[in-house]
Design a protein around this ligand. Structure first.
Ligand SMILES: Cc1cc2nc3c(=O)[nH]c(=O)nc-3n(C[C@H](O)[C@H](O)[C@H](O)COP(=O)(O)OP(=O)(O)OC[C@H]3O[C@@H](n4cnc5c(N)ncnc54)[C@H](O)[C@@H]3O)c2cc1C
Length: 438
């Protein structure tokens, strides 16, 4: 059965039309995720538009599980496009154990895959719009500087070709230009660099909260609860378990559960998704120093044997430094998050070499986060193979935060306007499970 037919069949099932609706304020709601009244007067997000399925019947009722960057933006896009959306989160949007937690995330366009460049370009527009509409400094367009050592040159060449094709503003820098413009960087080993002046970083945790606020203002319902998948039968998930109670009222369910997705759907995901431990450090800059903050240094990445990247300033927390190499297997809920001595030593060695002015810089703070990795490094945005009313959304692979607005838009278009989901995010691409990570 085609997806379109399946969707129509699902929407005509009697239980979908006749069951009671979720109350405006659930008794189990807790303050951080409690519903608030929509304020139609002051807000560009108020009042759902009547589009797609909504024209033909009552508004589709959709549950989004997980209020990280992906779930939050998806809920907002669905609500804006006319669905009646309930967003469930076990803790808080952007909480410290989620993959969207912490201060900042890079937004860049340099990718070897064209669809990621296009997705980032669309997302940047949506982030800009959001920052303007919500009057919050969520997006800092400090520029992003990519530096390639010989091992990174294949990446850089392909990325530059893609930037040109999509029309992303960028500037090529020779090592001499790099040295002149950024004297705080030791350019030894760098072959070429490219600067994306309109890219930069996003305020991660603050953005997650802002997206959920916008969702509420648009009339969306939020509830703090752990939601588990229910029985799948006849091609559909028959119910979800909300705090242990079966709930059958939703037409569609989007599971955007970050690293928890793997354990919620082990049959589908356990061989396709691995969760890795990732360390992030914040180092102190010298007193009076203006060379290592965003007034004189953009976000940067250094492609060599390892990929190091950093966000100067980072909400005044210091000089953020991280190694993009995949760490060991990690349990997002139960493992503790202390920085390893080996990770710190590697970072200090790197820092002293590439940023000599930060040799001996003190470690101010550290965080341990996690990536959800697929074999090919791309996301999962697809219907559950056995349940046509369920979308699995995740596998951020360490780079999905920036793309959350456009991914949310894709899911909303698929659920409400019957647009196909892109094949490069389909679960079927793993059928041979032979793909190597790019
Ligand atoms: C160290 C680090 C650096 C990164 N750097 C970048 C970067 O520079 N740029 C970039 O674009 N991306 C970056 N990423 C990746 C990006 O942050 C993630 O891909 C993205 O935040 C994933 O968002 P998510 O919504 O899928 O997952 P999450 O943020 O983990 O959200 C999932 C949510 O679902 C909730 N949940 C789970 N199970 C349930 C349940 N059963 N019921 C209810 N709620 C549930 C969780 O509590 C959580 O809040 C980085 C990631 C890390 C860890």
């Amino acid at each position: 059965m085609k997806r379109r037919q399946l969707l129509h069949r699902l929407l005509s099932l009697p239980w979908l039309a006749s069951l009671p609706r979720l109350g405006a304020a659930s008794p189990s709601s807790k303050p951080a995720l409690d519903d608030r009244h929509a304020d139609a007067a002051r807000n560009p997000d108020s009042g759902p538009a009547r589009t797609g399925l909504n024209r033909q019947r009552t508004r589709p009722r959709i549950a989004v599980i997980g209020a990280g960057a992906l779930g939050g933006w998806t809920a907002l896009q669905l609500q804006r496009q006319g669905a009646e959306v309930s967003l469930f989160e076990a803790w808080d949007p952007g909480h410290p154990r989620s993959s969207s937690g912490g201060e900042t995330r890079v937004i860049r366009h340099a990718y070897t895959t064209l669809h990621h460049v296009q997705l980032a370009a669309r997302s940047l527009q949506l982030w800009q719009q959001a920052a303007r509409d919500w009057q919050q400094p969520l997006l800092q367009q400090t520029g992003v500087l990519f530096m390639a050592q010989s091992q990174g040159m294949d990446f850089l060449r392909q990325a530059i070709a893609n930037l040109q094709q999509v029309g992303v503003t960028h500037e090529l820098l020779s090592t001499a230009q790099l040295a002149q413009r950024y004297p705080q960087i030791n350019h030894a080993g760098i072959v070429q660099a490219v600067l994306e002046p309109e890219s930069g970083y996003l305020l991660a945790r603050r953005a997650c909260a802002a997206v959920v606020e916008a969702f509420r203002r648009a009339g969306g319902q939020t509830q703090r609860a752990r939601v588990l998948p229910g029985l799948i039968r006849d091609g559909a998930m028959q119910a979800v378990q909300i705090d242990g109670q079966a709930n059958t009222q939703f037409d569609q369910i989007v599971f955007a559960c970050g690293p928890w997705l793997r354990q919620l759907f082990p049959d589908v995901l356990q061989h396709r998704l691995s969760i890795s431990r990732q360390e992030v450090m914040y180092f102190g800059t010298p007193a009076g120093d203006g060379l290592h903050d965003q007034t004189s240094l953009p976000v940067w990445a250094d492609f060599g044997e390892r990929i190091w990247y950093g966000i100067p300033g980072s909400e005044r927390r210091g000089f953020k430094l991280a190694d993009d190499s995949r760490g060991g297997v990690f349990d997002a809920e139960h493992d503790d998050r202390r920085l390893s001595e080996a990770g710190l030593a590697r970072a200090q060695t790197y820092l002293a070499q590439r940023f000599p002015g930060l040799d001996q810089a003190p470690l101010l703070e550290s965080r341990v986060c996690q990536y959800s990795n697929t074999p090919d490094g791309d996301f999962i945005v697809d219907r559950h193979p056995q349940a046509g009313n369920v979308v699995l959304l995740g596998a951020g692979n360490g780079h999905a935060f920036k793309h959350a607005p456009a991914l949310g838009e894709l899911v909303a278009q698929a659920l409400l306007q019957e647009q196909p989901l892109p094949a490069h995010y389909a679960l079927s691409r793993f059928s041979s499970d032979s793909s190597a990570r790019s």
